[in-house]
Ligand binder design. Structure first.
Ligand code: S3P
Length: 436
């Protein structure tokens, strides 16, 4: 992690204007990975210049893949082919990124060489057996630290075989790790999930010419094919847009347009939930770009009411709960969140971190093992801890916009993992964020 950084978020004026948030993190990771393993040269535009996605690019560089960066947000990847990676020198540092580490488990399990992956303090606490267990069933040998946490030592040269895996956790990272190992496996690999999750790995494998069959909640492929370079245009990240969608909804007088936002249905659960709460969000110019549905979102201030968040939307908004907690704090009445225990093993325990922070700002909130009960109220000023979690830090910044006095947010440096330029973009459309 970079040096310590605290922010103060001051009461905001109405949010106005048009913004473009940075490229999608999930797609940017996968774009690097698949183009590195492809035959030929792939061009990526809209690449997220975040610390997480740059870590993925750096790791493939360590394995001999030549990746040029002709301009910000652009990468030219000279694919090494499925079997063209070289043994890396040194450890592979995944920094703060669970996506990098878990998806790479699948790729590295299929290589001829050994490798070791590490991460920062937050990643070093995150559970990895959810990927190492199914990969072990495929024949992979991956040693974890105590409690199944990183560092991970991946033994190379193990033949992999396809499995039929019913994932007990709704996790695109688990599904993707198994599918990526399946590229190197003999026979067919099948994955089914308890609830459908984002399908970028499946869609991108198909775009790179790998035969794959998939539908919401299941996918299957066989090993022994090749990936062929393609150009990838990464849409704006819905999860980054989410902070501004909530901000414009809760700050009176706002009318904000977000351009070119990725609208994959496995990502946009927050829109359904906010609309159930009374939000005013219009979709304009919906079109396809780079094989993904994108739209401009026009968000206007609206008074929100508390709801029971339907569990069917949880997987489709798993990264948006920190922002939703803030919307719930601003709503009239009670919002109940259930079925979201996964939030406890994200970059931080997001239920505990958001509950503690909102309580410090005067909101009544009760934690449950898999969610929370939030009583909407008046946010007051104070100091909150983000625990180095990028999404919690940005959510508290939004809370500060409607609090009746300044909110200081501690430990915000990790916002650079997913949203470089957040402060400038926020201040440009009406928020008031300062270095504390
Ligand atoms: C991601 C999947 C989700 C999400 C993460 C990105 C991905 O994690 O929270 O930010 O790119 O596959 P899980 O698979 O743990 O749900």
């Amino acid at each position: 992690m970079s040096e310590r950084l605290d922010w103060t978020s001051l009461p905001a004026r109405a949010l106005r204007g048009e913004i473009v948030v940075p490229g999608d993190k999930s797609i940017s990771h996968r774009a690097i990975m698949l183009s590195a393993l492809a035959d030929g040269v792939s061009r990526i535009t809209g690449f997220l210049e975040g610390e997480d996605t740059r870590a993925t690019a750096r790791i493939f560089g360590q394995m001999g893949v030549c990746i040029d960066a002709p301009a910000a947000g652009e990468r030219v990847v000279h694919g090494a082919g499925l079997r063209g990676l070289r043994a890396p020198e040194g450890v592979l540092d995944c920094a703060n990124s669970g996506t990098a580490m878990r998806l790479l488990c699948g790729v590295l399990a299929g290589q001829a060489f050994d490798s070791t992956m590490t991460g920062d303090a937050s990643l070093s606490k995150r559970p990895m057996r959810r990927v190492t267990d199914p990969l072990a069933r495929m024949g992979a040998v991956i040693e974890t630290g105590s409690d199944g946490t990183p560092p991970l030592r991946v033994r190379g040269g193990r033949p992999l075989r396809g499995i039929d895996y019913a994932s007990p956790i709704a996790s695109a990272q688990v599904k993707s790790a198994v599918l990526l190992a399946g590229l190197y496996a003999g026979g067919e690999t099948r994955v089914s999930e308890s609830r459908p999750t984002r399908d970028y790995t499946e869609r991108m494998l198909a775009a790179f010419g790998w035969p794959i069959a998939f539908a919401p909640g299941r996918a299957r492929l066989s090993g022994g094919h090749a990936l062929h370079a393609v150009d990838i245009d990464v849409p704006a990240d819905f999860s980054s847009a989410a902070f501004f969608i909530v901000a414009a909804t809760i700050v009176p007088g706002s009318e904000l347009t977000l351009r070119g936002v990725g609208m994959n249905p496995r990502r946009t659960g927050l829109l359904h939930v906010l609309r159930l709460m009374g939000a005013n969000i219009a979709e304009e110019r919906r079109h396809e770009a780079g094989g993904e549905s994108v739209a401009d979102l026009v968000v206007r201030y609206a008074a929100l009411r508390g709801i029971e968040v339907p569990e069917e939307h949880v997987a489709d908004m798993i990264d948006e709960f920190p922002a939703l907690f803030v919307a719930a704090a601003c709503a009239e009445g009670t919002t109940t969140i259930r079925g979201a225990a996964e939030l406890r093993v994200k970059e931080s325990d997001r239920i505990a971190v958001m509950a503690a922070g909102l309580r410090a700002l005067g909101i009544r909130i009760e934690e449950t093992p898999d969610g929370a009960v939030v009583e909407g109220g008046t946010l007051r000023g104070g100091t909150v801890e983000s625990h180095g979690d990028h999404r919690c830090a940005m959510s508290f910044a939004i809370a500060g916009a409607v609090a009746n006095a300044p909110v200081t947010i501690r430990d915000c440096a990790n916002v650079a993992t997913s949203f470089p330029g957040f402060v400038e973009l926020a201040n440009g459309c009406g928020l008031a964020l300062r270095a504390a």
